[in-house]
Design a protein around this ligand. Structure first.
Ligand code: CA
Length: 186
């Protein structure tokens, strides 16, 4: 290999490095362009418990597992519904949540939740109310509604206590999902 070839090869290598690394020096913008953070669905990190289960069990065709399987076409149903009913999502480590969604079932609007309270807890015993709703309606089947509030506290447990359904004695819901919301978006 003669000197010319070696020089050409060295130059080619340098050019490649420059292209890859961007001229070999770092430049920073004068303003911070990257403060935006995303809302994140954190439901999959949590473990679900309920105080009234479907007759076929949590993993049955309409068991509680269906309310967090991220599939609008599957639903959790209880019969009979009772006004002390709640669903709880517990995280392995403290988790901030400032929004949740509810997706109505695929039929029978009377089974939709109407009145409820959404709470957070550090220990699963003492609860702090974060959001309360009354007289809610779902105008369509498999319809997702989002409920948001301000919360910067990281709780271990979140619970939705559903004190009334639209009508009748059954409850059903296709999805319940918890959303982490950056402070600047609350
Ligand atoms: Ca589902």
């Amino acid at each position: 290999m003669n000197l010319l070839k070696m020089t050409k090869r060295a130059f080619g290598l340098c050019l490649s490095v420059v292209l890859l690394l961007g001229c070999g020096k770092e430049e920073y913008p004068a303003v911070d362009l990257f403060t935006w953070k995303a809302k994140v669905d954190v439901t999959a990190k949590a473990n679900l418990t309920v105080n009234i289960e479907n007759g076929a069990g949590a993993s049955g065709g309409e068991g509680s597992a269906k309310v967090i399987d991220n599939d609008f076409n599957s639903k959790f149903l209880i019969n009979p519904y009772q006004s002390n009913f709640y669903m709880q999502l517990s995280f392995p480590s403290p988790q901030q949540v400032a929004s949740y969604t509810l997706t109505s079932g695929g039929d029978a609007p009377g089974r939709d939740p109407k009145d409820w309270k959404f709470s957070g807890s550090m220990d699963g015993t003492t609860w702090v109310d974060l959001d309360t709703r009354a007289g809610e309606t779902f105008s369509g089947r498999n319809l997702t509604k989002t409920y948001s509030f301000k919360n910067l506290v990281l709780y271990n447990h979140y619970r939705i206590s559903i004190s009334a359904v639209s009508s009748g004695s059954l409850f059903q819901l296709s999805e319940w999902r918890l959303i982490e919301v950056p402070a600047e978006q609350q």
